[in-house]
Write a protein that binds this ligand. Structure first.
Ligand SMILES: *[C@@H]1O[C@H](CO)[C@@H](O)[C@H](O)[C@H]1NC(C)=O
Ligand SMILES: *[C@@H]1O[C@H](CO)[C@@H](O)[C@H](O)[C@H]1NC(C)=O
Length: 437
């Protein structure tokens, strides 16, 4: 009972702040009569409906924009935009380079019945991201028409944020049937991305059961933090060696003390193609392509999790090539089902949710399932607070009987921030450059 009350209180508190945004964001309804409009917040544009669809945003440049004197002037004149809100260089918007230069690349491999899951993941990527995204979807042939149909259902405003290409499952080295059997059908495909996507410089690979709770731009930014030898980034498989899988059971070398989870993997493909990797087969280095098949042959009787194990072996021998990002970028049931153990998520909230163990489709971890269902069912042109955040809070409250459900601040902090920023961007874009046209 105690815990229910605490949760309710903290959620109500969050909710209270958000009601403010709801009033402003809910353009379909006329402003509530008699409710004084807080004068330091911008109104919803010019009485036009402003559903929170991504197409309504001009993608904004990365990183903290500098203060723009012209925007300040506008603020003062209109007295609309709260002074300490992040500002957008509206001049920058006009002279920014063509969007094509700013594509981010997202790859996923889908087989079997993972179509809905994949589409929900892609949806979360474009809902919150700033720059445009190219989707590289590797799928069984039978899924291709299904994907095409789903994308057609998305509103045109959303289509401006992405392009997609669907590829067949192919394996360029070794025995294709053998690769397909490794772990799950298709899973080994991602080991071949650097060879297939020859003209892509960098790429984020994610499993189908991943959901973005903040702009993809933010994880993309890690690419620029790589030092001269780093060419891929992943999060640890576990935070606590005592209960981690690799530290207890692995019969092969693995990275660090707990191994790596490969469900969210950022790669500089250019570097992967250029690098000679150390290994324990021959003294000289091997390229990625040369190394894969012999490595698989050597370890195939010792590996359990397929491609992820191979990646762990590769980075065991080549630790200087790996950038490790914190667990909030690949947050799994393991981080809360035995008690909260992902420190960075406690501080900053979950940035990328990874519902492995099939938790979106059973009732074992309702905290994870809540996110999946709410994002899946969100109508693109809905109001983010009304059609996403509130249902999410409500569903989340139903999960307090689980250990994961007892830490709403961990799960909800980042997505709440994301929505606030999205809302601000929308207000500024509408109240700013557009009103000048
Ligand atoms: C990837 O690495 C190559 C070679 O070092 C570099 O030229 C390129 O800028 C890198 N890409 C990104 C996005 O950092
Ligand atoms: C890059 O960082 C990794 C991991 O911290 C380290 O092992 C490697 O030596 C660094 N490379 C360079 C060139 O500093």
């Amino acid at each position: 009972m105690r815990i229910h009350c605490k949760l309710l209180a903290s959620l109500l508190c969050l909710g209270g702040i958000l009601v403010l945004y709801l009033f402003l964001g809910n353009a379909e309804d006329p402003p509530a009569r008699g409710t004084p409009k807080p004068h330091d917040l911008a109104p919803t544009g010019h009485g036009r409906a402003l559903p929170l669809t991504p197409g309504h945003f001009k993608p904004v440049r990365e990183h903290q924009p500098q203060k723009d004197p012209s925007l300040k002037k506008k603020k003062r004149r209109r007295g609309e935009i709260k002074a300490n809100w992040p500002s957008v260089r509206d001049q920058e918007l006009k002279k920014r380079p063509p969007i094509a230069e700013e594509w981010m690349h997202l790859a996923v491999v889908t087989c079997g019945d993972r179509l809905e899951e994949t589409v929900t993941m892609l949806k979360s990527a474009i809902l919150f991201s700033r720059k445009c995204i190219k989707f590289h979807i590797f799928a069984e042939d039978s899924l291709k028409p299904e994907f095409e149909r789903k994308f057609k259902e998305w509103p045109s405003a959303a289509s401006r944020k992405y392009q997609y290409k669907i590829y067949p499952i192919t394996f360029s080295v070794g025995n294709a049937e053998e690769w397909k059997k490794l772990f799950k059908p298709c899973a080994a495909q991602r080991l071949f991305l650097s060879m297939i996507l020859k003209d892509v410089d960098s790429l984020l690979y994610v499993d189908t059961d991943v959901l973005f709770l903040r702009p993809l731009d933010d994880i993309w930014a890690f690419l620029h933090q790589f030092n001269d030898t780093q060419l891929a980034a992943m999060a640890p498989e576990h935070e606590i060696p005592k209960i981690g899988w690799y530290s207890r059971f692995a019969r092969h070398p693995f990275y660090g003390t707990t191994g790596l989870n490969s469900g969210v993997m950022l790669m500089n493909l250019t570097r992967i193609r250029m690098t000679q990797f150390k290994n324990n087969m021959i003294p000289a280095g091997l390229t990625w392509e040369e190394m894969l098949h012999p490595l698989y042959q050597k370890y195939k009787n010792y590996i359990t999790w397929g491609d992820q194990d191979l990646l762990n072996i590769i980075f065991y021998f080549n630790p200087e090539n790996l950038y490790v990002f914190p667990c909030q970028w690949n947050y799994r049931p393991d981080h809360c089902m035995y008690g909260s153990n992902c420190k960075t998520a406690e501080d900053e909230g979950v940035s990328i949710l990874h519902g492995n163990r099939g938790v979106y489709h059973d009732d074992k971890q309702p905290a994870f399932k809540a996110f999946y269902e709410v994002i899946r069912d969100y109508p693109f042109d809905g109001n983010l607070y009304q059609s996403m955040y509130y249902p999410l809070q409500t569903k989340f409250l139903e999960s307090v009987h689980t250990l994961c459900g007892r830490i709403p601040q961990v799960f909800l902090k980042q997505i709440e921030k994301t929505m606030k920023k999205l809302y601000e961007r929308r207000v500024i874009v509408h109240a700013g450059p557009h009103s000048q046209d």
